[in-house]
Design a protein around this ligand. Structure first.
Ligand SMILES: Nc1ncnc2c1ncn2[C@@H]1O[C@H](COP(=O)(O)OP(=O)(O)OP(=O)(O)O)[C@@H](O)[C@H]1O
Ligand SMILES: [Mg+2]
Length: 149
């Protein structure tokens, strides 16, 4: 398994999330982050305004996927998150030894996906209703205020 850590512009979160769902990502964690790249101490644009502070608000996503999915996910993120300007962000890949679904002790890739579920199906293998589109609104005070959905 591979962990994809992506630090992106706050304004690109919705587009990246949609692109990830599109390529079959079934789980992710999103963090509010602050950071700088190589222009540290220089100006950068955030929500149309120029900032000279050295830590700019960013969003960090963590996604653990089967190894063969990793490149597709990198491409989904880069094409959804790229503006071509400085500060677009970065992606880090690392190896994950194990994943365990707490509900039923499933391990490995089986803990990441429900392979028997077709997209659009609304029940899992146990017959339980499942959400097919995970879209819980972010808190109103989330950086960037992206709480409309
Ligand atoms: N080497 C790094 N380690 C950890 N986080 C990093 C690293 N480089 C960048 N980041 C994170 O990614 C965010 C965006 O980085 P950024 O896109 O500005 O990188 P960059 O190397 O300066 O590229 P660019 O020249 O396109 O701006 C930073 O604010 C920081 O949170
Ligand atoms: Mg930079």
């Amino acid at each position: 398994m591979t962990k994809v850590e992506a630090i992106i512009q706050v304004s690109k979160l919705d587009a990246v999330k949609d692109a990830l769902h599109e390529v079959g990502v079934e789980g992710m964690t999103v963090f509010e982050a602050r950071g700088h790249g190589r222009q540290k101490g220089h100006t950068e644009f955030y929500r149309g305004r120029e900032y000279t502070v050295d830590l700019i608000p960013k969003v960090k996503l963590e996604i653990v996927v089967a190894d063969e999915m990793a490149e597709k996910i990198v491409q989904a993120i880069t094409s959804a998150a790229r503006t071509g300007k400085i500060g677009d962000g970065k992606i880090f890949l690392s190896r994950i030894d194990e994943a365990i679904r707490i509900r039923n002790d499933e391990r490995g890739d089986g803990a990441l996906y429900a392979p028997a579920i077709r997209h659009g199906a609304d029940r899992d293998l146990d017959g339980n209703r499942v959400a097919t589109k995970i879209d819980i609104p972010l808190p109103a005070d989330f950086i960037g205020g992206q709480s409309e959905r």
